[in-house]
Design a protein around this ligand. Structure first.
Ligand SMILES: Cc1ncc(COP(=O)(O)O)c(C=O)c1O
Length: 376
């Protein structure tokens, strides 16, 4: 057995969509990106979506749209990937790390409120593993203090929470299509909002400062449009080379069609894990998974003998991981860290188990069997 922790689920549909892009000889920012943006906006029920080359870029630009004064503070969970807090530093802002709720592992809203002060301008809830942060409680509080809300949805795509898609509760939602995520474009990301005015500069910011569309510009290279000034553009904002390209978008359009099926398969696997591990001593699921209500990118357990169990699983060809070492313990972030006692201790027990849409029932049973074996 050699079971991967994560694995993209790609097929001939993606390959032929990429071939179409080759045949058109248009592989940069182009019509497929526009199409994917429209489909994504429709999928999550947002007014506007903008495609970028990663969720890291999306998070950077999301905070940048607000033009916060340098040195202001942003509340971020300690239990997240580096990108959430790096986006804060990219914008010359200061991360304020928030501890985790012991049950759900999402941001502890009480700790978040305790850490608020007059310099805080935004909050970045992360739906950790895919489990929703209670947005119905977070949003009224954030609004009361005039805070902007950027949802990091790297671990969830397509989940509806209390009637509204995750990613559309806050001001801006950011999704990831990196290869380990719920669906992939190789690398890629999407930003969404229901306030289109917020994104008025984002197209330029993701495309080196140019707010003209290259594809549309190319279509004006014709004698019929000799007044179109196709060579002209103005730089009004500082832009980055963060655009999504047509190759990625071609894959994304196919993956989006498969996403509901892939999400259902992940739910079945989580159900199988939870059921198979329920009586195993010394092991329990990371959080109260609700696989048929939400969409989870990761499945994990809390284990008493974490390191020994990981080595045992490795010796049986089962890949595992730990998501994450809390950021407040990382050397890069240490100067703002050391203040999330629960998660800084508890994360030492976390093991992420394999989860991807191509995992078979036999493989999941094998993993459960090896965990049970370790205990007995
Ligand atoms: C919570 C979280 N935010 C952001 C990112 C960044 O995503 P990307 O790799 O698309 O930049 C990740 C990636 O793993 C993540 O897990």
């Amino acid at each position: 057995m050699n079971i991967r922790l994560f694995k993209p689920s790609l097929g001939s549909e993606e390959l032929s969509a990429v071939k179409d892009a080759f045949d058109r000889s248009w592989v940069g920012l182009g019509p497929r990106v526009n199409e994917f943006e429209e489909k994504w906006a429709e999928f999550v029920g947002a007014k506007l979506a903008i495609g970028v080359n990663s969720a890291t870029a999306a998070l950077h630009l999301a905070l940048a749209t607000f033009r916060f004064p340098e040195g202001k503070k942003v509340l971020v969970p300690s239990l997240t990937f580096s990108a959430t807090a790096s986006a804060v530093l990219y914008n010359r802002l200061i991360p304020v790390f928030v501890d985790s709720d012991p049950i759900t592992l999402g941001m502890d809203l009480e700790d978040m409120k305790r850490k608020f002060n007059k310099d805080v301008v935004a909050v970045m809830p992360v739906h950790y593993a895919g489990h929703p942060v209670p947005m119905e409680l977070l949003m009224p509080w954030a609004r009361e203090y005039g805070l902007k809300v950027v949802e990091d949805c790297a671990h969830t795509s397509g989940a509806i929470y209390k009637g509204k898609a995750l990613g559309t509760w806050g001001d801006i939602g950011c999704y990831s299509f990196e290869e380990k995520k719920l669906m992939t474009t190789g690398d890629g990301g999407m930003m969404v909002t229901n306030e289109p005015e917020l994104f008025k500069d984002v197209k330029a910011m993701r495309w080196v400062g140019i707010d003209k569309d290259n594809w549309k510009t190319a279509q004006t290279y014709t004698h019929k449009n000799h007044n179109a000034l196709h060579w002209f553009y103005e730089l009004n904002v500082l832009g980055y080379k963060y655009n999504m390209n047509d190759l990625a978008a071609s894959i994304g359009l196919q993956q989006l069609q498969k996403l509901p099926t892939m999400n259902t398969r992940r739910s079945e696997i989580i159900h199988q894990y939870v059921d198979g591990l329920k009586d195993v001593e010394g092991v329990k699921p990371l959080l109260p998974y609700e696989p048929y209500n939400y969409v989870y990118q990761m499945f994990g357990i809390r284990a008493q003998k974490r390191d020994e169990l990981m080595i045992h699983l490795k010796s049986h060809g089962i890949a595992t991981g730990c998501h994450y070492t809390p950021l407040s313990l990382q050397p890069l972030f240490k100067e703002w860290g050391g203040n999330c006692p629960y998660i800084e201790q508890e994360a030492n027990r976390f093991i992420t188990l394999p989860l991807h849409a191509d995992l078979t029932d036999e493989e999941v049973n094998y993993i459960i069997e090896k965990i049970v074996q370790f205990k007995s």
